[in-house]
Design a protein around this ligand. Structure first.
Ligand SMILES: [Zn+2]
Length: 52
């Protein structure tokens, strides 16, 4: 019964590292989300873009 759930990743806009994974409802469109999160590769907070 997990067909309405899909995993999405939060990708650092600078180094393109996928730092965060989350499970979202499939009904919500992926790609619209932008968050400022800590990137371990850049070693600072960077804007992260939601991607598949
Ligand atoms: Zn980064």
């Amino acid at each position: 019964m997990a067909k309405n759930r899909v995993t999405s990743h939060l990708m650092c806009e600078d180094c393109k590292e996928k730092n965060y994974t989350q499970v979202v409802n499939k009904k919500r469109s992926i790609g619209s989300l932008k968050m400022k999160k800590y990137c371990s590769r850049c070693r600072k907070h960077q804007p992260h873009k939601e991607t598949k």
